[in-house]
Structure formats: C-alpha cells, structure tokens
Design a protein. Structure first.
Length: 397
C-alpha cells in the first residue's frame, strides 16, 4: 500500500518523466523524418554530428520545458535557426519552438507568452529567409507567424483555465471549511443552550423541592395539614420539572426538521406567579412591581427574561437566606429592564455574598448578551444583592 508521502512523490515526479519521454519522442521522430529524407528545402545536407547534437539539444530542452519555461523557448529558437543555417533535412526541428512558446504562455501568463510569440515569430521568419536564401515559397512566412500565434494563444488559454481551476478549488475548499466551522459553532451553541435550559430547570426544581421538603419535615409533627400541603407542592414542582426535562430530551432526540418542535420548555413572563410561589413558600416575602402596563414581547426576549428571573430567584432561595426579595419589571418602548434585589446575607458592610460567578450567573449573562442586552450582578450599595438586566425588545431583522 502506498503511503500519502509516496503518492505525493509520485505526483511530483510524474510530470518530469512525461516531459523526458516527450523529449525523447521528439528526437526519435526528427531523426526518423530525416532518415526518410523528408525535405522542406531543396538539396538538404545529410545528417552529421552537428545535426545530431542539435537534435539532442532540442530533446533536452523539450524535456526541461516545465522547469525552465523562460529559457527553453530561447534554446529552441536558436536550435531551429542553426538547423536552418545548416540546411539539414526534416522540417520538424524548425517547428519545435512552438512547443516552447506554448509552454511559456501556459506557465507564465499572457505577457510572457506575448514575448515568446514575438521572439518565435521573428526567429521563424529569419530561419525561413536563411534556409531558402531569400526565395521562400509564397505563404510560408504567413503560415509560420500564424502557427506561432496559435501556439501562444493556446498556451494562454490553457494557463488561464488552470489558474481558474486552482482558484475555484481554493474557493470551494474555503467555503467547505467555513460551512464546517459554522456547523461546529452551531453545535456548540446548541449544546450550551441546552445546558443552560437544563441548569435552569433542574436548579429551580431542586431548590423548590429542597425548600418544601424542609418545611414538610419541620411541620410533620406539629402541623400535619401544612406538611401535606408542602408535599403537594413538591409533587407539583416535580411534575413541572419532569415535563420541562422531557421537553429538553425530546429536543435532543429530534432531528431538527420539524418546525413545530419546541426549542425549549415553554416559559414566559405570564408565568411569573408560578416562579414566585416556591419563593413565598420558602418564607421569603416577595414584591412584584410593574410600573408600566405589560405588553407582548418577542418570544426570545420573553423566554430569556423568564429564565433570568427563574435563576435569580433560585439563587435567592438556595444561597441568600433572604427575608424579602423585590422584582421590578419596566417595559420601556424599546427595552425591558429587570431588577431582582434581596436583603440576603450580603447585606451590611463587611459581609460577602457567596453566589459568585458560577454557571448560573454565566448563563444569565449569556442569555442577555445573546440578545444584545446588558447584565450586572453583585452586592447592592444599600445592602443585599441585586441582579439587573436590560434586554432590547425590538425585533431584529
């Protein structure tokens, strides 16, 4: 089996071998045509050592035409001129400069090709004049110039086509790479989005269950009726959490071709009461302020605001040990402002809140930034902890 390195070496050597075989073939054809007394001038001289040397030079030049495309036309033109001066048989040697002219135009472009055509045409006219002693047959000079132009034009066309193919392949490769990178980026973004949804749903559910379980344990012996209510709340929270998790798992299993498939568990600001109930049940007094009339929001903004509030309230229940929490929603003409402030253990000088900047804070910030919004979270100057988020509400084109 050939390794990639061996295959690459074969591809690099192959053109040189082909040119060597081509040069040898040209030499054999020239010698055979000369031996067959194929005439192009009257009374040609028989082949001698000089003629064989010229044929060898032509063969070597043809074999090296790809490696030295600018030098080979000069060598071939000089060999053709010397062949005409020597009045040797076979008209094939005077035609070999066309090979150099074609190669120069194909490998170096039309400017070099034009220079090669001019040199080859001039040399051809000079060789014809020398070979026929100034009495060339009618039309032979015009044919020589026409063949030179044809060879140069063909080389230019082939070179342009090769360059176009290289550019097209490079562009297609870049586009394929860009599509692959975009696909990978979308996969990563989708994974992060699903991870945020799972974090928010499970975190909020488990926090509610933990609080209600603690209440049930505390009231089991003293007030069993309220303990039963706590267990009922646990069941309600668990059922909702399981429904949301099943929705997320359904998204992961779906092929993504169904436009009706939800991309996240249903949630919106119309369900704020359901978010506040576990907080109230945990013994935290909640206040909801909506200075302006609520209005419908774009689906992405509505869900992001719901999740940010959900995560912030979950942190209040799990970490803050707060007595009160205040939620302010301000519906502006072009933005939604969310503020959640508690009086938890971060209150007072010298106290440190332990909520830090974990996955929950990162997820809230990413949701806001994804919608060109702003997010801040930290201890409030008057005590407690505050989360503030500003999200544009205008539909983006």
């Amino acid at each position: 089996m050939q390794t990639p390195k061996m295959v690459s070496t074969v591809r690099q050597v192959a053109p040189g071998r082909i040119d060597a075989v081509f040069g040898l073939g040209v030499a054999l054809v020239v010698l055979m045509s000369a031996g067959a007394r194929l005439r192009w001038i009257d009374e040609p001289r028989p082949l001698n050592a000089v003629a064989v040397g010229l044929v060898t030079v032509v063969a070597c030049a043809v074999a090296l035409r790809r490696r030295y495309p600018r030098s080979v036309p000069t060598v071939l033109n000089l060999a053709a001129l010397a062949w005409a001066v020597g009045h040797y048989p076979s008209p094939l040697v005077p035609l070999t400069p066309l090979i150099g002219c074609y190669t120069l135009a194909a490998l170096r472009g039309w400017r070099w090709g034009l220079a090669g055509m001019a040199m080859t045409a001039f040399t051809a006219l000079l060789a014809i004049h020398v070979a026929f002693d100034g009495a060339a047959p009618a039309g032979i000079s015009g044919n020589a110039v026409w063949m030179t132009f044809t060879a140069g034009a063909a080389g230019t066309a082939v070179g342009y086509n090769r360059a176009l193919l290289v550019a097209t392949r490079a562009r297609l490769a870049r586009e394929a790479q860009a599509r692959e990178e975009q696909s990978r980026r979308r996969v990563v973004e989708e994974r992060l989005r699903i991870a945020r949804e799972l974090h928010d749903v499970i975190g909020h559910t488990m926090a509610g269950i933990s609080v209600q379980a603690g209440v049930g344990i505390h009231l089991m012996s003293t007030r069993p009726a309220q303990a039963v209510a706590a267990l009922s709340t646990i069941k309600q929270i668990s059922d909702q959490g399981l429904t949301d998790v099943k929705t997320i798992l359904g998204i992961l299993r779906a092929d993504g071709d169904d436009p009706d498939q939800p991309r996240a568990p249903r949630g919106g600001l119309d369900q704020l009461d359901a978010l506040l109930d576990p907080v109230r049940a945990a013994g935290v007094r909640t206040t909801l302020n909506v200075p302006h009339s609520a209005r419908p929001l774009p689906a992405a903004v509505d869900l992001a605001a719901y999740r940010i509030i959900q995560e912030a309230l979950t942190n209040v229940v799990r970490h803050a040990r707060a007595r009160t929490v205040q939620l302010d929603l301000c519906y502006g003409p072009a933005q939604l402002v969310i503020e959640i402030r508690d009086d938890g253990k971060g209150a007072g000088p010298g106290h440190q809140d332990d909520r830090g900047d974990g996955h929950g804070m990162t997820g809230m910030r990413e949701r806001a930034v994804a919608l060109s919004g702003q997010f801040t979270a930290g201890p409030h100057p008057d005590g407690g902890f505050q989360v503030r988020c500003v999200i544009p509400t205008l539909e983006r084109p």
